[in-house]
Write a protein that binds this ligand. Structure first.
Ligand code: GDP
Ligand code: ZN
Length: 458
């Protein structure tokens, strides 16, 4: 960040555009009495709403509204904060902001960068990093479920879980390190303090937190579902049926969907990005071949693959060829379409081993509700977690690294010769990875990346 974290800052804190109310927010390490006198003609009682004119340099009112003063440290940023709630038009708010910057010029006041108010809240220990991220997520939440989960993270529920685990790892590590000074006791240590049992409990609690965080990541990012299959099996029709309107071109000529079409839908509050792709077949047509290459690229990025099969045109060899090329770790649903046309017995085709098969009709809608539920289930969505934390990929990566170190620690503990120092080192690494989530060990670079994604005024 080019600017200093010491500067007083100001910004419009409400969304751009017209609104009933607009807020300009100022934050400063030094008390804001001077600014209040200039702008409001008086200082304010802390945390009391004052209705007053906001005055320009000549003393004329720019607007009239409510001013609130939050002296440090009891404010959003932990600094002295002034909030001016005026009328929400863009011109009047810009004038009010310009007036604040002008009146605060001698103190070095400048426009806040994106996320800078929240960055200060983090730097002044008003919230940890995971909570700060939750502020952005709450603002961006596009569904009620996502908003509820962001709120759960914001209140620190996720951070508390992380801290609880981190404390237990530190405790175990302290026991080990104390024992390291008495080498003759190393062997008995593991038994005496039930170190391996303790480690196993920490590991299983971590696994639970990870699955909740994954769930939260699904809420935040949505699931990428790719519709794949031979030409004309009904991929575009299924996309339209799931989305509820004509999103992709449907024609009876094979090979018409040459580029991808994406539809956003929500199932039980979970956002799904459904990608329709070019049909997979051998072709000489260059344009179609490019579409097929893109299809494989999409398939590589999918969270869930729907492999669509035409009930009326058995082509098990071609479908087996597609199945054999699908990425091994991505969950696949085999969906047999056009069941409205199928003769009894006609669909008794082979099913790829270990995959689940569903029967639908994109035309009549038969089987689509079951398909929607199965899409969530196969992606690992668990509706019984009430409010998962709105975790980010960064958190999940950190939890995975933690799990890896704990597993290696467990391997050291399982060996009979002296490996306690290695055991302790893995615990240290696990602890470091875990606490990167809440920001104890985070670098300035990481902070820059996280806060720059905010909008200005937050
Ligand atoms: P795509 O190439 O896989 O995207 O297939 P389309 O969605 O373009 O569909 C190919 C043809 O199959 C069109 O004529 C659709 O109307 C027809 N079709 C798709 N789904 C169904 C279905 O469930 N029942 C029936 N009867 N026809 C379908
Ligand atoms: Zn299509």
């Amino acid at each position: 960040m080019s600017h200093s974290d010491q500067d007083p800052i100001a910004a419009i804190a409400t969304a751009a555009g017209r609104g009933g109310i607009g807020v300009v927010r100022v934050s400063s390490r030094q008390p804001l009495d001077g600014l209040m006198r200039e702008l409001l003609g008086r200082t304010l009682t802390p945390r009391h709403a004052h209705y007053l004119p906001f005055r320009d340099a000549g003393g004329t009112a720019i607007d009239e509204g409510i001013a609130l003063s939050f002296p440090a440290p009891h404010s959003y940023t932990g600094e002295h904060v002034l909030e001016l709630q005026g009328h929400g038009g863009p011109v009047v708010l810009r004038r009010l902001l310009a007036r604040c910057l002008q009146a605060g010029r001698e103190t070095g006041m400048r426009l806040a960068e994106p996320g800078e108010f929240t960055r200060r809240a983090f730097l002044n220990d008003r919230m940890d990093l995971a909570q700060a991220e939750a502020v952005a997520d709450l603002i961006d939440a596009s569904s009620e479920a996502a908003a509820r989960s962001a709120a759960a993270s914001l209140t620190g529920a996720f951070s508390n879980e992380v801290h609880g685990l981190a404390d237990r790892i530190v405790h175990l590590r302290m026991l080990v390190e104390a024992t390291l000074d008495f080498p003759e006791e190393e062997i008995e240590f593991l038994e005496k303090y039930q170190a391996r049992e303790t480690l196993a409990v920490i590991q299983s609690d971590l696994a639970r937190l990870l699955s909740q965080a994954r769930q939260g990541a699904i809420l935040r990012e949505g699931l990428h579902v790719v519709l794949a299959g031979q030409p004309n099996v009904g991929k575009s029709s299924l996309l339209n049926a799931l989305a509820g309107f004509e999103a992709a071109i449907v024609t009876p000529i094979a090979g018409t969907t040459r580029d991808k079409v994406v539809q956003e839908i929500a199932i039980d509050g979970v956002p799904l990005h459904i990608v329709d792709t070019a049909g997979l077949r051998d072709t000489e047509d260059t344009v179609e071949r490019i579409g097929i290459e893109r299809t494989w690229a999409e398939i590589g990025k999918a969270d869930v693959i729907v492999h669509l099969i035409d009930a009326t045109r058995p082509g098990p060899e071609l479908d087996a060829a597609i199945t054999s090329k699908l990425p091994p770790r991505t969950p696949v649903l085999e969906v047999v379409n056009k069941m409205d046309l199928a003769e009894p017995g006609q669909v008794a085709q082979q099913q790829a081993e270990g995959t689940k098969r569903l029967y639908v009709s994109a035309r009549t809608g038969e089987g689509l509700d079951a398909l929607k539920q199965e899409l969530l289930a196969i992606a690992g969505w668990n509706p019984s977690f009430e409010s998962p934390y709105l975790a980010r990929e960064r958190h999940i990566q950190a939890l995975l690294v933690t799990a890896d170190h704990l597993e290696i620690a467990g391997e050291h503990a399982a060996q009979s010769d002296r490996v306690l120092d290695l055991f302790a080192e893995e615990l240290r690494l696990a602890h470091e990875a875990l606490t990167s989530i809440t920001g104890e060990f985070s670098s300035d670079d990481l902070l820059g990346v996280i806060f720059s994604r905010f909008c200005i005024g937050k």
